[in-house]
Write a protein that binds this ligand. Sequence first.
Ligand SMILES: Cc1cc2nc3c(=O)[nH]c(=O)nc-3n(C[C@H](O)[C@H](O)[C@H](O)COP(=O)(O)OP(=O)(O)OC[C@H]3O[C@@H](n4cnc5c(N)ncnc54)[C@H](O)[C@@H]3O)c2cc1C
Length: 306
Amino acid sequence: MTPSSIVLADSRCTIHAHVSLADMTTFRVGGAAEWFIAPKNLEELQASYAWAHEQKLPITFLGAGSNLLISDQGLPGLVIATRYLRERSFDDGVCQITAYAGEPLPKLAWQAAKRGWAGMEWAVGIPGTVGGALVMNAGAHGGCTADILAEAHILDADGSIQILTMEDMAFQYRSSVLQQHSQPVVKAVFQLHGDKSVKEVQATTQSHLNHRLSTQPYDWPSCGSVFRNPLPRTAGWLIEQSGLKGYTLGGAQVAQKHANFILNSGNATATDIFTLIRHIQHKVEENWSLLLKPEVKMLGEFPQIP
Ligand SMILES: Cc1cc2nc3c(=O)[nH]c(=O)nc-3n(C[C@H](O)[C@H](O)[C@H](O)COP(=O)(O)OP(=O)(O)OC[C@H]3O[C@@H](n4cnc5c(N)ncnc54)[C@H](O)[C@@H]3O)c2cc1C
């Protein structure tokens, strides 16, 4: 019989069996992790990561779960949620923020604004963590993670820390090298600029937040934009022109306020959302001969839909 938890000898941290992941994503859907831990410090992260390697288990990292669709069948192996790895420091002399993987982006954006440090205003409305931002090259309002990253600290399976520079990260639109080599982000150093006033940086930050609240449906569970924008068009425009605004499938709905958002209107399953994603792709391709590429990361097994 599988035990319900395992205590790792050295770090004394506990790895739990069969933990529901639905509440760990902003879509609020998904099955259970075979094994799960949310490390509270670097030692627990090192120990659990090493354990999964020894056991030859698949490993999945989770930040705030704000860009994830996890299947209803859940995930095999160990899921490591880094959202509680929180610590940050501010180097006033050089306008640098050092933040652990679990630090929320909006909090950092406001802390930077309070100091009058420019460069992170775009992050105020992105409900993710530092770890997810580095993996996704999160961005908005013309700015992104790649613009401000000085160093990324990544954990190796032997417990050592590797420091990656901007160049090592190979950032592209909503992508970085970390999408190819799944290793945990431990922390990041961000370089901001001290050439603006506190008032100016706070005003830009607030105006970005106001804009997002007025144009995006923040009051319902979602993953933000589901598809990448096939520039020069936006995915939202193509979906709207395909007549899909408000289209509902089970508990999943194309948002009225922003057609590139799919909302969990209360009782959606991951399969509902996945099926709606495929339906949108099919309709847009039919109308525009263009296949929309998902920005959301889909983890686990989903039904085959032709
Ligand atoms: C309402 C809403 C608005 C949004 N607006 C934007 C936007 O404007 N711009 C934008 O870019 N995104 C946006 N997003 C999507 C999302 O917030 C970003 O992609 C964010 O960077 C994801 O961060 P996360 O911590 O939630 O990562 P998760 O969604 O948990 O994970 C994303 C990826 O990062 C990996 N990961 C997470 N943490 C770690 C770690 N510590 N080590 C290694 N890998 C890790 C995961 O394995 C996964 O591959 C929005 C989402 C919502 C819900």
